[in-house]
Design a binder for this molecule. Structure first.
Ligand SMILES: [Zn+2]
Length: 314
């Protein structure tokens, strides 16, 4: 793992230069991208469960889109190293996925997912059946009281139950929840420590020191700003394809892979597996290719922003 940026950044800190200048200096080139096909193996993710759905699994959709995205990124950005977290149907612990990006010293982490919602159950009458019930009555009183049961037939409807698809459809982007940024800060501090340990000049470097904490916070803030920009570009490109661009969100409970990675990271919910139109789109070559191209265009815009001279002067 070679992440020169952090070392330059650390050196800036030690020489007392301005933090923000350092942050801009630290990672102004997009050299390595890690594309994560969400889920895999025993973790299937969401699945098409509404009536007459394609019964597709999220893990297969994310893999198909990711493969096309990697091809497209390599084709359009040959100087950038693009690494997929998986190319087959294997299970990976989220920690493993995050480590692939961290160990590669990636500058951008893109997670591909597909959305789903809890579906309502509907029922329809598919016929009826005859059941026998009994009417109970008594005659007489006291010791002469007699119980009578009289059968009678009733028709009762038979129902079929089914899941109702959602009307929600479109693409959204999810970011690190800023309330969980502490974990990411810790990861960045660990990374600084790791980098420092390889160089005798930084042998006294302590990841818990106030300087490193401050450094990690600044770095984390820059990551957040960059993730925001990247998410915005994805939304722009999705909208330009005529697909609903639902917006940029943060999940209350957090998203582990986004927290555990040390670089700008976004998670794209490409579409709703629980919506018929979206499920078709996500399973089609055309839809997958369109998404791959839209995301690639967004990466190109992001790369231009990152490498523009004006950012370094900021
Ligand atoms: Zn998912």
């Amino acid at each position: 793992m070679v992440k020169k940026g952090l070392l330059i950044f650390a050196a800036c800190l030690f020489s007392g230069a301005l933090f923000l200048q350092c942050a801009a200096q630290a990672a102004k080139k997009l050299k390595t991208i890690v594309v994560d096909a969400g889920h895999g193996g025993k973790d299937g993710g969401a699945f098409g469960e509404y009536e007459n759905s394609l019964r597709s699994n999220e893990k297969d959709i994310t893999l198909a889109i990711s493969k096309k995205l990697v091809v497209e990124l390599k084709r359009q950005l040959p100087d950038v190293k693009t690494i997929p977290t998986r190319t087959t149907d294997i299970y990976q612990d989220p920690r493993e996925k995050a480590n692939i990006a961290n160990d590669a010293g990636a500058d951008l982490f893109i997670c591909i997912h597909a959305d789903a919602v809890d579906l309502k159950t509907g029922r329809r009458q598919v016929g009826s059946k005859t059941v026998t019930r009994y009417k109970v009555y008594y005659t007489g009183k006291g010791r002469r009281k007699v119980k009578h049961t009289e059968p009678y037939d009733v028709e009762i409807p038979s129902y079929q139950y089914y899941k109702i698809p959602t009307e929600r459809h479109g693409t959204s982007v999810w970011l690190l929840n800023t309330r969980n940024a502490g974990i990411k800060n810790d990861k960045i501090r660990e990374n600084i420590q790791f980098e420092a340990s390889g160089d005798s000049a930084y042998s006294t470097f302590n990841s818990s020191s106030p300087e490193v904490r401050q450094l990690a916070q600044v770095y984390s803030k820059r990551n957040k700003e960059k993730s925001d920009r990247m998410a915005g570009y994805v939304m722009d490109e999705i909208a330009s394809k005529g697909r609903p661009a639902l917006g940029i969100f943060q999940r209350a409970k957090g998203i582990w892979v986004l927290e555990a990675t040390t670089m700008p990271a976004i998670l794209i919910e490409t579409g709703f597996i629980s919506n018929p139109g979206d499920e078709q789109y996500l399973n089609s070559d055309k839809g997958q290719q369109e998404l791959a191209e839209a995301i690639t265009k967004a990466v190109i815009s992001y790369k231009q922003l990152l490498e523009a001279p004006k950012l370094a002067q900021k």
